[in-house]
Write a protein that binds this ligand. Sequence first.
Ligand code: ATP
Ligand code: MG
Length: 361
Amino acid sequence: MNLINLKDENLFYIGGVVRDIILGNKSFDIDITYVGNAIEFAKTIPNAEIIKINEPFGTVKILIDNKEIDLASTRNEVYPKVGHLPQVTEIGCSLKKDVLRRDFTINTLAKSLKTGEIVDYLGGIEDIKNKIIRIIHDNSFIDDPTRIIRGLKFSVRFGFKLDEHTKDLQNEYLNNINYDMSYKRVKKELIETFNLNSQEAFERFFSENIYKLLTEKETIAPKYNIQNLVDKYPVKDIWLVYLGWMNLEKLPLTKRESKIISDYNYLKSQKLDDDYSIYSEFRNCEKESLLLYAINIDDKKVSKYFEELSKIKLNLTGKDLQEMGIKPSKEYSKCFEYILREKIKSPNINEKELAKKFFKL
Ligand code: ATP
Ligand code: MG
């Protein structure tokens, strides 16, 4: 692997990217760390353009050979307020100190850009071999409970198991949650985990009580194969198809995400006892809301909508109405809606005849 042509002895691929090299997987993103101050180092690289500097974190984005690369300084961190963003205490610390702030041993490996040698302070290679997810110190989940969700994500993605002691500490934390945590970070991890579209992740999220990070209330998950449903009807916000039915009030949601949930709650309160009401209510809702309705209320109505009702289109156009001598007005759309309603009841109606009836011709 030769991603960039930088050969300084203080540069290392670090974290997930090295794990992925060993696993033979493609990396989502490439993290490179500089043992020392990466910002000062970046200024000395010939042909590199500095795009962005984040002084407090000691990170810098550079452009080199037309590639954007993020360089991080090795850094040490503490958690003055557990569950929230850590504070940087030292920039340019040793590589060992830098890896000690990370989540799991499998994510602590460093690979020299100069020699290709892998530095493994905490037994990460052995854990990858044995498919084990292991935290680095006993306070890990207390410092950052999002690591519990990350553990589930990596476990599902790679088919790895949580080490026993890690599992015990996870259970201990979940029995004694400090709800004052950064829900922005929790949300990010939930999105990454559930966008994998994995039934296993969904079932373990509940059977292992990880859902308790979101709500104090006992919650029972619907028994439904959501993975198959999403495979059949792909959507953008997969994670909300998995979780939108439960209490998510702690999470900061975007407008669209809130609409998905409120559309679903609205649909839940509707009777929808004939095809036209299914059609006219479903068509205004986000697709994710319909999948939530399928999982929790009635999947037959949803498949009927996707397979049949949503495909019903009128052949009649405004031009046809004009040719029939009807002047364009707001009545046009009322007429179309009237015909559509009739067509949903009986697909073989004569649209022109119905238009005539509507305009009393
Ligand atoms: P992915 O393939 O999903 O990107 P990754 O391991 O690269 O997996 P990132 O979220 O990109 O994960 O983070 C990069 C590295 O930063 C991780 O490998 C890990 O060493 C460290 N890291 C990320 N999040 C945390 C966290 N919450 N606590 C401690 N270390 C973390
Ligand atoms: Mg990554």
